[in-house]
Design a binder for this molecule. Structure first.
Ligand code: HEC
Ligand code: HEC
Ligand code: HEC
Length: 192
């Protein structure tokens, strides 16, 4: 006969589960870093919209040149969907309450810039935030030292120290306008 957990054991498990510390509602100072911040009012367009024009034209499904096709299967496009990521974020949260905000900054960029990274366990994110590194994350990124396009950076989190700017670790500076930034100087698109 299969042994069932006793009522006492069930109660103990319930108690243990309900003792897990809740995620932070306020991002701890220790993990705040320069660059465009959630309150800087950046909204990324859904990659579904880019697909309309930047997908579905290259029939070769192996080594496709389409930006949309490659992105859909990439680690970046799935960075906010990956269950291993969410498992490790939960463990990190237990070590340092609130650190999840730092993870979400890179693993669900659209959700972070839209201000949905608190509670820091990711429970405030929307379904579309699963997209991880959206097309706009890269195609609206600018140089932190404003040497190319001026990004949105409000004090005290300006990624520009007046000399070089801070680079790396997700401290992106995001171009504030709707334009897409890309490799061509002669692109003829319906978007800017
Ligand atoms: C600066 C950006 C950045 C931050 C911040 C960040 N990550 Fe990542 N993470 C990445 C990148 C890039 C990869 C892919 C690395 C690779 O493939 O070599 C990755 C990969 C991972 C993976 C591997 C996923 C897999 O399925 O193999 C895990 C797990 C992970 N990150 C967890 C976390 C956790 C937890 C945090 C917060 C404590 C965090 N990350 C913060 C950029 C970041
Ligand atoms: C991780 C950053 C990153 C992401 C995410 C990303 N791109 Fe790009 N994309 C680039 C870079 C870098 C280039 C320039 C490549 C070059 O110059 O060879 C580029 C080039 C392009 C180009 C012009 C090249 C061409 O195909 O003729 C288009 C269009 C484009 N991307 C669209 C998209 C779309 C749509 C998505 C989302 C489905 C996307 N990108 C996601 C970094 C990214
Ligand atoms: C209505 C169709 C359409 C949609 C939707 C669309 N694009 Fe484009 N995009 C174009 C066309 C057309 C070009 C220019 C191609 C050329 O000149 O060869 C272009 C060019 C680009 C470039 C290259 C720009 C440059 O200066 O190098 C990038 C990057 C890009 N698009 C990103 C995106 C992203 C990201 C999205 C979704 C948020 C998107 N596009 C949605 C039609 C579209």
């Amino acid at each position: 006969m299969v042994k069932r957990p006793s009522v006492m054991m069930g109660a103990a498990l319930w108690l243990a589960a309900s003792c897990v510390v809740g995620a932070a509602e306020v991002v701890p100072n220790e993990i705040m870093m320069p660059g465009t911040q959630p309150e800087d009012n950046v909204n990324f367009e859904s990659p579904d919209r880019c697909d309309n024009c930047h997908g579905g034209y290259d029939e070769a499904r192996v080594y496709s040149n389409e930006p949309a096709y490659g992105w859909r299967g990439s680690a970046m496009g799935n960075a906010g969907r990956d269950p291993i990521f969410w498992a490790t974020l939960a463990i990190a949260e237990q070590d340092f309450d609130g650190v999840g905000d730092l993870c979400i900054r890179c693993h669900s960029a659209g959700g972070w810039y839209a201000g949905r990274s608190t509670p820091t366990d990711g429970s405030g994110l929307q379904a579309a935030d699963d997209d991880g590194i959206d097309c706009d994350t890269c195609h609206k990124s600018t140089n932190p030292d404003n040497s190319e396009h001026v990004g949105i950076m409000n004090p005290p989190f300006v990624a520009n120290d007046g000399l070089e700017g801070y680079y790396g670790s997700g401290m992106l500076s995001i171009w504030g306008s709707a334009d897409k930034l890309g490799p061509y100087d002669n692109a003829d698109a319906r978007h800017q």
